[in-house]
Ligand binder design. Structure first.
Ligand code: SF4
Length: 327
């Protein structure tokens, strides 16, 4: 690991000021992803700015929704009564993430910014456009079982790893940031970038911007929301496929629905096409199957990950059948 300098920020403005002063500086909170990347030589920030003491760890509920501080720990959010009772998809996504030890340490902002799990990205000997722009992508013709079937490009097909981001996408959350240009509010649907020809640009964040909070609007779908994650082992594992579903039902009539998916795409993947098959209609097995087909209509699988196309449809059917009592 290369040497770096370290400073403790006094307040959010101080953190942003520090970040502006050193090109490539990085904020650090729990460090559960960043320190591994540094040890492996994948990221080499010359300066770390410790943001743990900024007073941004609060979780508050109001008549308009939920506000989660960017430095709230995953465990605290998952255990919060308002989250568990009125936004259950968030609690379930968090509890399906990582391990208890990591959830104790990792902050919400860091969770949203964690880097992808493509093995080639984390192996500095391998060719990878995301790590070294323009160098090529080893996964296209290599081992791509864990990679994306939606949202990829000829430059990168790595999946986004955050379960929480998928749940927040289903609930139309907004990411609050503070940076040199002041405060910005970024809808989560615009926060993550598809790789296109610039896979190293992963989010809408500008240099020196800090995630201060995430806001989740109160909405009738949020109370009946669930997260289903399928993975290769029961804990400390990333999604092979995952589904976040939030639905407002009257009997079996779908008044409104939000569907987002993980493990299958380069960003947390909201499917307006699948939602349209169900919104304003009676929930039936046949319609759920139609929604699944709409979800994967534009899928571009590779030889090792073709199974995800069927698996995600089955996961969607399982979760919606459970939520709606449809069998
Ligand atoms: Fe790198 Fe993306 Fe290709 Fe993986 S899929 S090797 S992260 S460019």
């Amino acid at each position: 690991m290369r040497s770096f300098s370290y400073v403790v920020a006094r307040d959010p403005d101080d953190a942003v000021r520090e970040a502006r002063q050193t090109s490539g500086a990085s904020f650090i909170a729990g460090g559960t992803d960043l320190l591994n990347l540094m040890k492996d030589g994948v990221q080499q920030p010359p300066r770390l700015i410790d943001v743990n003491g900024l007073g941004l760890a609060g979780i508050t509920e109001s008549s308009t929704g939920l506000r989660i501080g960017g430095l709230a720990r995953m465990r605290h959010v998952a255990e919060h009564p308002a989250v568990r009772n009125r936004f259950p998809v968030l609690a379930e996504a968090l509890l399906a993430s990582a391990s208890p030890q990591v959830r104790n340490m990792a902050a919400i902002g860091g969770n949203l910014l964690q880097r992808n799990r493509c093995g080639y990205f984390r192996d500095t000997v391998a060719v990878c456009n995301k790590r070294v722009p323009g160098s090529g992508c080893s996964a296209l013709e290599g081992w791509n079982r864990g990679h994306a079937v939606l949202g990829g490009s000829e430059s990168c097909i790595a999946t986004h790893p955050s379960d929480l981001a998928v749940a927040l996408t289903a609930l139309d959350a907004t990411v609050h940031v503070l940076g040199p240009d002041g405060v910005r509010r970024i809808p989560i649907g615009e926060f993550y970038r598809r790789p296109g020809s610039t896979p190293h640009v992963e989010t809408a964040l500008r240099p020196a911007e800090l995630i201060t909070a995430v806001e989740v609007p109160r909405h009738p779908v949020a109370a009946r929301s669930r997260y289903l994650k399928l993975r290769d082992r029961a804990t400390f594992e990333f999604a092979v496929v995952s589904v976040a579903a939030a639905v407002d039902l009257r009997g079996r009539f779908v008044r409104d629905i939000r569907l987002a998916f993980g493990g299958i795409a380069t960003t947390p993947w909201r499917s307006a096409e699948a939602e349209a098959e169900l919104r304003g209609k009676e929930l039936t097995v046949a319609r759920i199957e139609q929604a699944g087909r709409a979800l994967v209509r534009d899928a571009k699988p590779r030889p090792d990950n073709e199974f995800k196309v069927e698996l995600v449809q089955r996961a969607l059917a399982e979760l919606l059948s459970d939520l709606g009592g449809v069998r």
